[in-house]
Design a protein around this ligand. Structure first.
Ligand SMILES: [Zn+2]
Length: 260
């Protein structure tokens, strides 16, 4: 499951994939038996919906007749969301303690599966980048509820900012921290910070952030340069609505249906 987070590591790569996936058929919906690793309850879980991806939003949500985010199984007994298959005994013990708390059970009664995944990841000291992407997916699930959407966007932004700050600190001396900063992850998170500020209506902050990115060589090639320019345009129009990535290119702008 952890590999799924990497799918979104690069906006540029994702754009190429989006084009390729335009005609790709999704997987047929199937129920598979699962066993909850925390309480050992056996239940039937739906693995995936069928569909066809037709594009992507600026917040990475796939567009088209497709389930997004990817569905994850949730235990009907203890309400644990089975977000990771490779959990060792200490991790399971930690998660069991957290899932048993009234706090988690209250979240489970009210919030989306990816909101719960973010909380479970935090209970395991996951990376800020993984948590940021989980909250981003929660924002796709909860976007019909303004208050929850706002909270998801805020939390996603907070963790992307923590990741960016930490990565910038170790970027010049990666050997000191052991793990090198992935340039695709860093570029994607940088652009998403602008997108999230825009979606939160913090247009001035978004423009200031985007203007900082534009002179950096890594952001000067298409499609990233077009995405930065389009994000800036949307901010100047005080537009906080979701928009498709395709609208960022001149051809896409001409043909894209309005989303207001
Ligand atoms: Zn369970």
């Amino acid at each position: 499951m952890s590999g799924n987070w990497r799918v979104w590591s690069a906006v540029g790569a994702a754009l190429a994939l989006t084009a390729l996936a335009a005609q790709a058929q999704g997987v047929k919906q199937v129920d598979v038996p699962r066993i909850c690793p925390l309480c050992r309850t056996t239940f039937a879980a739906r693995t995936a919906g069928s569909g066809t991806q037709m594009g992507m939003r600026l917040d990475l949500k796939p567009l088209g007749d497709i389930e997004a985010p990817w569905p994850v199984a949730a235990c009907p007994q203890c309400r644990f969301v089975l977000f990771e298959d490779q959990l060792d005994a200490p991790a399971l013990a930690k998660l069991r303690r957290y899932v048993d708390t009234p706090v988690y059970q209250a979240f489970a009664a009210a919030r989306s599966s990816y909101f719960l995944i973010a909380k479970l990841m935090l209970a395991l000291t996951a990376s800020d980048l993984e948590v940021a992407h989980a909250y981003l997916k929660a924002s796709w699930q909860e976007e019909t509820d303004a208050a929850r959407l706002h909270e998801d966007l805020e939390l996603s932004l907070r963790h992307f900012e923590a990741y960016l700050q930490e990565s910038a600190g170790r970027g010049s001396a990666p050997q000191a921290q052991g793990e090198q900063v992935d340039p695709d992850d860093f570029r994607t998170a940088s652009i998403l910070k602008g997108e999230l500020l825009r979606r939160l209506g913090r247009f001035d902050e978004a423009v200031a952030h985007l203007e900082q990115l534009r002179p950096i060589p890594a952001f000067q090639a298409k499609p990233l340069s077009e995405i930065l320019a389009y994000e800036t345009t949307l901010c100047r129009q005080q537009d906080a609505a979701p928009h498709g990535v395709e609208e960022a290119s001149p051809a896409g702008k001409a043909g894209a249906p309005g989303k207001e």
